[in-house]
Write a protein that binds this ligand. Structure first.
Ligand code: ZN
Ligand code: ZN
Ligand code: FE
Length: 758
């Protein structure tokens, strides 16, 4: 006989982990106990050595879909007499759930009950159990007990209570447990606030949607705006009312076979779509679909997701077709959370509201994922993932709040050897977004019981996240360079401490020389970086306005490439641009006035995309750059010339020869798809050439690909493929490559910098 103490960390509380452990133990005739403690779950197990070994092996191998083990440690202890295996015994935190799990998509057992006419939860929109349902979005504090969730308002009926107390029941300690008798209920409300009398609010919603209406639907972490995805007219009016310019809308379909019918899915994409986190997955749409092209302009991709609440399941079955389900907000403001707010902010956008009486404690937008060159990658990490922690390689000295970037903001709180991302906040450009940021920071600090004493922030003084950090003067501040943070985020994901050569390609980010960076080759450690190479800067005539009026960047590229005599007249893109504006831009460039330099690879995508596609403006960040990506002819192998200017420090990649060759091709009438492919191949070749030159001089080290430009799969695949036989290439997967992933790097850099000084 022997004894083992097993300590498990990760998402193991509030997900049915202890009953699962108890079942494994009993199956292996192991005795002892399992309970939650402050750091996760602790097990003491006794039995024959062979039984303990099998138990341990099954713990490691068999996964509980709703749980995520990040660390499992075992130590031998003295054998003790125990007759059974029990849950939540004796000491420590006992039964209290001290860490809150993420929201989990409806499990298959609950889905079955939903469709079982004999079940007491038949067609009940709030069915959940220990392995599924709301968690983070209903938590108002810790420990995670019903009293500290927005389910506190509902008193469990005797049947629900019995399930809740029965160790062998699927709903043992399922805090949001509910049924039609005692739980939340639906109601359909007109925009004026009048409750629309309907015996079945879902059926009435279905009818409205079939008529082409836009209905705001209260979900898990906020409201969605829903409309029929096959109805051009409904989608056009949604675009107009939501002022969403031309950004793609996400589409929800009833199940995987519906998804197969609208998109070509790989195995990895199927796995993402059906995962308990249920992100929106960007997948290649099939041609000739009923789904309107208006849903996703400019891209052959569709943001697709499957139902993740019982309400979604019921709704999608009843409408019997795809639904647009987009975050309910105006432009980039935060997603709506409470009923009153929805009524106010969605006035003039939605035709009706499908509400329920379970409050949302915490906003949490849908997550977005895509398989990029074979690697499942999170583009936005939010609902389903937050607040699941990352285990760090080493403990940090003091608790840190990293405030993130400006666009696609996400913050991160780190303490000891764990880092927790907050929910997706969005672009920090409005007061509403800043309010949400501050509220979310407070809430996360509370539920994690962490009081950061250090604030890490971007170097850019005008970012609202920076201003927020500097306004809190009770703590220490550390400014972190944007691209250094990108690289260190990726390093952390792979548990590396450096040195690495980081390729940080994005649109913008303030460099420590005061210029805008974004085509960087950085030698990185956590606390230190050296800028070894970059792209020759482009001028942005008029400054920020050139982000949307991308013809200005195209003009600047030509001006630079043709020594001040750009062939403006012959390029289509300038046709619709007023002559006066062109003249002003020409002057700015000649006199070097109001035309700041920018190294971002994203700016080159804008410039070449504008020239190649003849599109003078983008309605949102990277719109034309993305269209340029998708325009490329697959498998075309040729590239354009480029130069490497080693007289500069750092070394510069000079794309002026590339621009001249592309212009020649375009003027000769060559297919723009070929021009795009050659442009992509050139960026790949130039990047690989620089990496080989730099590492040839410095010796091998891993190469990190990071920054939003690496959401471009041709670039990721091209560079990774060409480097892979010589170097180890590290790419993002669980932490977004774009600005949504930057906060983790900020936290680790702040810790390293302060650690060095102290
Ligand atoms: Zn369930
Ligand atoms: Zn009940
Ligand atoms: Fe960035």
């Amino acid at each position: 006989m022997a004894g083992l103490r097993i300590e498990i960390r990760g998402t193991v509380q509030g997900v049915g982990f202890r009953p699962w452990v108890a079942r494994l133990a009993r199956r292996n005739e192991v005795t002892g106990a399992v309970w939650n403690d402050a750091r996760g779950v602790r097990i003491e197990a006794f039995g024959l050595e062979v039984q303990l070994e099998r138990f341990l092996e099954e713990l490691r191998r068999d996964s509980l879909p709703s749980a995520r083990i990040v660390e499992l440690r075992e130590t031998e202890i003295a054998e003790r007499a125990a007759s059974t295996f029990v849950i939540g015994a004796s000491d420590g935190a006992g039964d209290k759930v001290l860490s809150i799990p993420p929201d989990l998509a409806t499990c298959s057992d609950c889905e079955r009950e939903l469709h079982d006419a004999a079940d007491r939860r038949y067609r009940y929109a709030f069915t959940n159990c220990t392995s599924c349902g709301p968690r983070f979005t209903i938590a108002t504090g810790i420990p995670y007990d019903r009293a500290l969730t927005t389910m506190a308002a509902f008193k469990m009926c005797s049947e629900c209570q019995r399930e809740f107390e029965d160790i062998d029941d699927r709903r043992f300690h399922a805090q949001p447990n509910a049924c039609p008798k005692c739980g939340p209920s639906l109601r359909l409300v007109a925009m004026g606030g009048r409750v629309m009398m309907a015996r079945d609010p879902l059926l009435a919603t279905t009818k409205l949607l079939a008529e082409g209406a836009i209905v705001a639907i209260k979900g898990l972490g906020g409201f969605h705006l829903a409309c029929d995805a096959t109805n051009e007219h409904a989608i056009a009016s949604l675009r107009e009312r939501k002022r969403r310019d031309e950004k793609p809308f996400a589409v929800m379909v009833a199940n995987l076979s519906e998804a197969e019918s609208v998109a070509e899915l790989s195995e990895a994409e199927r796995a993402l779509l059906t995962s308990p986190e249920r992100p929106i997955v960007l997948v290649r749409r099939r041609a000739g679909l009923a789904i309107s092209d208006q849903v996703s302009l400019d891209t052959p991709f569709l943001g697709l997701f499957l139902p993740y609440t019982p309400l979604h399941h019921l709704l999608l079955e009843m409408v019997d077709g795809p639904l647009v389900m987009t975050s309910a907000n105006v432009s980039e403001e935060p997603i709506c959370r409470d009923d009153e707010e929805a009524r106010r902010r969605l006035d003039g956008i939605a035709d009706a509201l499908l509400l329920h009486d379970r409050e949302i404690a915490m906003r949490c937008d849908d997550s977005v994922a895509r398989v990029i060159a074979g690697v499942p990658t999170l583009l936005r990490r939010s609902r389903g993932f937050v607040p699941r922690p990352f285990l760090l390689e080493h403990s940090i000295a003091e608790p840190i709040l990293a405030c993130g970037a400006h666009l696609k903001n996400t913050f991160c709180i780190a303490a000891e050897d764990m880092a927790y991302f907050g929910p997706h906040i969005g672009d920090l450009e409005t007061v509403a977004a800043l309010d949400f940021f501050e509220e979310a920071v407070e809430r996360m600090q509370d539920i994690l019981s962490i009081r950061p004493t250090i604030l890490a922030h971007d170097l850019h003084p005008a970012y609202l996240s920076t201003r927020y950090a500097l306004s809190r003067n009770e703590v220490r501040h550390v400014g972190v360079q944007h691209h250094h943070a990108h690289v260190v985020s990726a390093m952390a994901e792979h548990g590396r401490s450096g040195p690495v050569l980081g390729l940080a390609f994005d649109g913008t980010g303030l460099g420590d020389d005061g210029t805008s960076w974004g085509g960087e080759f950085l030698l990185c450690f956590a606390g230190y970086f050296e800028r070894l190479a970059t792209f020759r800067p482009l001028r942005l005539p008029g400054g920020n306005v050139a982000m949307k009026e991308i013809w200005r960047v195209a003009y600047a590229l030509l001006h630079d490439s043709y020594d001040g005599r750009p062939p403006i007249e012959s390029m289509d893109v300038f046709e619709s641009v007023p002559k006066e504006s062109q003249r002003l831009v020409g002057q700015m460039l000649e006199r070097d006035l109001n035309a700041p330099a920018a190294h971002g690879v994203g700016r080159y995508f804008d410039a070449f995309g504008a020239l190649g596609l003849g599109r003078p403006s983008a309605s949102y960040e990277a719109q034309v750059a993305i269209a340029w990506d998708f325009a490329a002819t697959p498998d075309h192998r040729q590239a354009y010339p480029f130069e490497m200017d080693e007289a500069q420090t750092p070394t510069e990649i000079d794309l002026r020869p590339t621009a001249r060759a592309a212009v020649e091709d375009l003027l000769s009438g060559l297919d723009k798809g070929i021009v795009s492919a050659r442009f992509h191949n050139t960026i790949v070749d130039a990047s690989v050439a620089i990496v080989e030159r730099l590492l040839g001089a410095r010796g091998d080290m891993p190469v990190v690909l990071t920054g939003g430009v690496f959401h471009n799969s041709k670039l990721s695949a091209g560079i990774a493929h060409k480097l892979a036989n010589k170097y180890e290439v590290l790419r993002h997967s669980k932490v977004p490559a774009g600005d949504g992933g930057i906060a983790l790097g900020q936290a680790l850099i702040a810790d390293a910098i302060l650690g060095d000084k102290g």
